[in-house]
Ligand binder design. Structure first.
Ligand code: 2IP
Ligand code: CA
Length: 376
């Protein structure tokens, strides 16, 4: 399964770059810098975080596309790679043939901050070692010709910038902080739109108490033609289930879910992180009533959920079906079609909100609880 291995490898390199931007002083200063006055108008300085995002996305695109030419032109992400520097020049951020050329391009984007450009270029061109016998043993023939890819280079960018590493978990779930900043990569079937391969990388999984360096962790899943494989075991459906929600979830939704979950409504930042909480069995469901997530947020985690026998559905559509008396499994989210009548990033939003779950038998309880909620 060379493609899954390539996606994991790319996520590891992406995680290294995300860690580097927080650990190397020359980069960290740019990441947290608050610009004022005239500098505020220079897009790159306001937005080094966007450069980090774009660069990570381009690295994944480059490395995966180089190994699988059939995927070139079918790898999509959250960010556009066009950038304007402080001189008003528009530059296209990409991985060049050599480290030296990448460093030169990044120096132009970064208004000649050569130290920062050199650090990033070295990380972009490094070989990331990957030893994973379980991954090496995966034998499923997924043909790259029929796949396309969604990348979220850093989900939960706000928490990535804030950078708190000292947030205490509630019921095992981190409400905020670096733990919720994730790299998400998903491969889906170009024709059916079904998510097939998923990788979730946690660059800020653990901090070494002596060196203060961050160590990451990754998870993967495959769901293809009846074969389901995952780096994680399927968590049990607990008798006292919990749900994880966005801190900004509607009060009506919270109230409607309260009887089902008792005091176990948890709140966390990061769409991908909330999906990971479900995958890890820290919550039985992630319920979102707004169209505030996108295909790049959900594709990778959705593939992992399917690998565990679970899934992700459009909440609005599932509720409409439930109210119309259709109590069977609702259709799952797909990834190949843009929403009609929308423009820009909104074309790829999960407009109806979503429910993520590992146990399909838990979904009716969620829909039953929400079907009676006013205004949903
Ligand atoms: C965001 C990020 C936010 C999330 C939003 C995503 O992605 O995960 O945290 O909102 O839905 O699109 P919330 O935290 O309320 O769930 P990004 O950080 O990549 O913009
Ligand atoms: Ca995101």
């Amino acid at each position: 399964m060379a493609l899954l291995r390539a996606l994991v490898c790319a996520s590891e390199k992406a995680a290294c770059i995300a860690q580097l931007c927080r650990q190397e002083d020359a980069l960290f200063q740019l990441l947290v810098e608050e610009k004022t006055g005239a500098d505020k108008n220079k897009r790159f300085v306001q937005d080094f975080k966007t450069l980090a995002d774009v660069l990570i996305q381009e690295v994944i695109k480059h490395d995966v596309g180089a190994e699988f030419p059939a995927l070139q032109g079918h790898i999509f992400g959250e960010e556009s790679n066009k950038f304007e520097n402080g001189l008003g020049e528009t530059l296209v951020v990409q991985v060049c043939g050599t480290e030296c050329d990448t460093a030169a391009l990044l120096a132009r984007v970064l208004d000649h901050n050569q130290a920062a450009a050199d650090l990033l270029a070295a990380a972009v061109h490094q070989e990331v070692p990957l030893e994973d016998p379980a991954l090496a043993a995966v034998a499923v023939a997924v043909s790259p010709e029929s796949m396309a890819i969604w990348i979220d280079p850093i989900d939960s960018t706000n928490q990535y910038i804030r950078g708190r590493g000292d947030v205490a978990p509630v019921g095992g779930i981190y409400p905020s902080g670096l733990r919720s900043a994730l790299v998400l990569i998903g491969a889906y079937d170009r024709h059916s739109g079904e998510p097939v391969l998923g990788v979730i990388n946690e660059p800020f999984y653990r901090q070494d108490p002596l060196t203060h360096r961050w160590q990451g962790k990754y998870h993967w899943g495959v769901s293809y033609q009846g074969t389901r494989l995952c780096s994680l075991p399927c968590p049990p459906l607990r008798p006292d289930p919990a749900a994880v929600l966005s801190g900004s979830e509607k009060p009506e939704v919270q109230q409607a879910l309260a009887p089902l979950y008792g005091g176990r409504l948890r709140f966390a930042s990061g769409a991908g992180y909330k999906m990971l909480c479900v995958i890890l069995g820290l919550a039985e469901a992630y319920v979102l009533s707004e169209g505030s997530t996108f295909k790049w947020d959900s594709c990778g985690p959705h593939a992992v959920l399917r690998a565990l026998g679970g899934g992700m559905v459009d909440l609005g559509a599932a509720l409409a079906g439930w109210r119309a008396g259709r109590h069977g499994p609702p259709p799952q989210l797909t990834y190949h079609r843009a929403a009609g009548g929308a423009a820009g990033a909104e074309r790829w939003a999960n407009h109806g909100g979503l429910v993520a779950f590992t146990h399909p038998e838990h979904l009716p309880a969620v829909l039953y609880a929400l079907a009676a909620a006013p205004g949903l």
